[in-house]
Design a protein around this ligand. Structure first.
Ligand code: ZN
Length: 537
């Protein structure tokens, strides 16, 4: 309840900011409708236009366009650049401050991420968060899936799940996200989602893939989690690290169908290590990257409430990065520089992790969590009365341990025939070169000793046993070379190695699953050699 006295205090506070009075009157489309409907694509351009007119700090760019589909004209995918300097290009970005990228509603039916992102844009541009631009630059893609929002469904206009498309980049939406990421190289990011109803209103998931620098994973847990929790809790909502409970041995996070019928034991773990999502796929560039999964009943009556707590979770990250701006900037810069240095001269002991498992931690054997339990006979739709129960989870797997790792290579040769693979790498912003003449090259080649292909698309072979052979081959004019010494140094082997769990091999569209006894087409270059190459533009 807002009292007259409170209203007076906030008016005095506003008067003190020196902001022009009109800027306080900009409402988000959701506010304009009194949170009675979801903001749609056609509401967003006028709102962003209004913000950009009122604020020198906000620049509205178009990062991509949705595909052709019946009954929905191609829609612009917006990027709003919020900086104290009011810049509009990556070249002009003040890199003395860390940059944060916010992704709203990749899943079209998880609407509140987009509403909260729009609120954030307004508050950074003309509202009470504007002073944060003294410490951080903020990039917001408020509506990454306009078609999914329109029909209120998870997938895009191709019926593809964007958050399972960050390796193969089949969708214009994920291509836009990665083009923005690679152009601006933000130090931190947050990908905003909704889950089902949950006692914990805001759930933050940090980067978990074992290739990402331990210092980045620890900073996310020890600093950002704590400060986000404090802000969300102070706002009157519950917060927890984002946890997933699944049947042991499940591949659900990959985007494959879940096993059914089996009565499998369950485990609880932090969110996925998979590189095909909007968090680890940016995190693999040594980014302090998050997913936020907030509680949702996916209905209009709860829209205002869920927008409020989504906003608090995102604000928690922005404030925390601003508070530790120099630490964040140097942590990410030094991690990225160290990776590049390692990749420029691979040492035998430098391993890239291709497969990993969630594991128990003897020092952290169980976790106690709260959740909702529906009272028998109660109306689940209104969730009232809901009982809060405490559970001690004994199958708690907080750690990640690599199971298959390989020494880092200088680079990889990709045959001319695998043009689809090369096109996808270029969409990732990976530099690819082409051989300008037939050349003898000393390489490592994989012989496939045994293979059990997966029965599902999006899943790596159930089993793949390989032997590495040191051989001399002739790289043909027109074959490709991917140098490992670039910002995607940890991503490249994870895309191209045959044993990589999250690589191109798992997608049927690339047709890379080899037969037993065959050699894998991608070759490892592990000795420094002068090769006749030119870079593909
Ligand atoms: Zn989602």
């Amino acid at each position: 309840m807002r009292t007259a006295a409170a209203a007076l205090i906030s008016m005095v506070a506003l008067a003190g900011t020196g902001l022009p009075a009109f800027s306080q009157t900009i409402q988000t489309p959701a506010e304009q409708s009194g949170y009675t409907r979801y903001t749609q694509y056609q509401d967003i351009a006028p709102f962003l236009d209004q913000v950009a007119k009122a604020s020198k700090q906000a620049k509205v760019l178009v990062a991509g366009k949705t595909g052709e589909v019946k009954d929905f004209a191609p829609a612009d995918i917006y990027l709003v650049v919020l900086t104290a300097e009011g810049i509009a290009t990556p070249q002009a970005l003040n890199r003395k401050k860390p940059t944060i990228l916010v992704l709203g509603a990749q899943h079209g039916n998880e609407q509140s991420g987009k509403e909260a992102a729009l609120t954030l844009i307004r508050d950074l541009a003309v509202g009470d968060l504007k002073p944060l631009l003294g410490q951080v630059n903020v990039l917001v893609m408020p509506q990454t899936n306009p078609y999914g929002n329109f029909v209120n469904r998870r997938t895009n206009e191709q019926d593809l799940d964007l958050n399972r498309d960050h390796v193969k980049l089949e969708t214009p939406e994920t291509r836009a996200i990665h083009a923005v990421f690679r152009a601006w190289m933000p130090e931190a990011s947050i990908d905003v989602h909704e889950q089902g109803d949950n006692y914990y209103r805001v759930n933050s998931g940090r980067v978990t893939n074992a290739n990402i620098a331990p210092a980045i994973r620890a900073f996310a847990r020890d600093t950002i989690y704590k400060e986000t929790e404090a802000l969300v809790t102070a706002g009157g909502y519950t917060w927890h690290e984002y946890l997933v409970t699944e049947a042991m041995g499940s591949q659900g996070a990959a985007g494959a169908a879940e096993p059914t019928g089996a009565n499998l034991e369950e485990l609880t773990r932090p969110s996925t290590v998979d590189l095909n999502d909007g968090r680890n796929s940016l995190g693999i560039y040594e980014t302090i990257s998050f997913i936020q999964e907030s509680a949702s009943r996916h209905d209009i009556p709860t829209l205002k409430d869920r927008t409020t707590y989504q906003y608090l979770g995102i604000k928690g990250l922005v404030q925390s990065v601003a508070r530790h701006a120099e630490e964040v900037r140097t942590l990410v810069a030094s991690s990225r520089a160290a990776l590049l240095k390692k990749a420029s001269a691979p040492a035998p002991g430098d391993l890239v992790h291709l497969r990993m498992v969630h594991a128990r931690d003897p020092k952290d054997p169980q976790i106690t969590i709260q959740h909702f339990q529906t009272v028998p006979g109660a109306d689940a739709a209104t969730a009232s009365p809901m009982k809060v129960v405490t559970e001690v989870v004994r199958n708690w797997f907080p750690n990640v341990e690599p199971t298959i790792s390989v020494p880092r290579a200088f680079g990889y040769i990709v045959p001319a025939a695998n043009k689809d693979v090369v096109k996808t790498m270029i969409a990732h912003g990976i530099a690819v070169q082409v051989f300008t003449a037939d050349t003898e090259v000393e390489v490592e080649r994989y012989l496939v000793d045994d293979i059990t292909p997966s029965t599902e698309d999006y899943v790596a072979p159930d089993k793949i046993a390989v032997t590495k052979q040191a051989v001399k081959v002739t790289a043909r004019k027109g074959d490709y070379y991917v140098n490992g010494a670039q910002p995607a140094a940890n991503l490249i082997p994870n895309l191209l190695e045959p044993q990589a769990e999250f690589g191109f091999i798992r997608y049927r569209m690339f047709n890379l699953v080899p037969d037993k006894g065959a050699t894998f087409p991608f070759l490892r270059v592990v000795k420094r050699q002068t090769l006749p190459l030119e870079t593909i533009k």
